[in-house]
Design a protein around this ligand. Structure first.
Ligand SMILES: [Zn+2]
Ligand SMILES: [Zn+2]
Length: 234
């Protein structure tokens, strides 16, 4: 805690270094100019699931996948496309304890959401980790990302009412066709979401099955609408 406060003071008063290449950066900047320009911003995406659309697709209609199987969530908002060098930022946050990245990325995502002027959710729910994975990692990167978002958007953060009841294999390690099955029924929620609009926060959305499974669980717990906010979308 004390360390955190000192770090905040230090960030405030001392010029820092780029979070990607460590080059010196100006006052208050997180990335050097070149790295900032290299961050992959989403182009034309599905208005429901934020998957990148092929050039020929109609940008007003949902993607083929969402038309075939309408998701349980209303829409996904993403800051970046999951591509270099953002993949490295996420991996550093997730596996190398670079928790300062959660503050930077969460804060950026919040800024982007604030500028959209969309109806705000009633509560933010970070995608929970199973307790065995939490014990192993020591923190939940989704919760760490959700904290600055909740703070900046002045929204309540609820990280206790939903649990991951099954320790699932990481989605990225599974073949595509097994991912849905892997996370189905993996979450359990207390009955506190009746009639509420919930924003789910995660680091990355790949197949969307994790978000779908959590959305389904929240809907069963009474939530009326689910939004999904991620740092990067594959
Ligand atoms: Zn740089
Ligand atoms: Zn879609």
């Amino acid at each position: 805690m004390v360390y955190n406060r000192l770090k905040v003071l230090q960030d405030w008063f001392l010029p820092g270094s780029c979070l990607l290449c460590a080059a010196p950066v100006g006052f208050g900047a997180d990335f050097c100019r070149d790295c900032e320009a290299s961050l992959p911003r989403p182009g034309s995406t599905c208005r429901i699931c934020a998957a990148p659309l092929e050039g020929a697709e109609d940008t007003d209609a949902p993607c083929g996948e969402c038309q075939k199987r309408p998701p349980k969530f209303a829409r996904v908002r993403t800051l970046f496309t999951y591509a270099p060098p953002v993949d490295r930022l996420i991996q550093n946050l997730k596996y190398h304890r670079r928790l300062e990245l959660a503050r930077v990325l969460g804060d950026r995502l919040a800024g982007c959401l604030a500028s959209l002027n969309e109806p705000r959710p009633d509560v933010i729910v970070p995608v929970p980790l199973h307790r065995s994975r939490l014990r192993e990692r020591g923190y939940n990167q989704s919760l760490e990302l959700a904290r600055p978002i909740a703070r900046r958007l002045r929204l309540p953060l609820d990280y206790r009412s939903v649990r991951r009841t099954r320790a699932t294999a990481p989605q990225t390690e599974l073949p595509r066709e097994q991912r849905r099955k892997n996370v189905r029924g993996a979450f359990q929620a207390d009955n506190v979401f009746e009639g509420r609009r919930v924003a789910v926060v995660d680091d990355v959305m790949t197949s969307g099955h994790t978000a779908a499974a959590l959305a389904e669980c929240l809907r069963r717990a009474g939530a009326k609408e689910i939004l999904v906010w991620v740092v990067a979308r594959a």
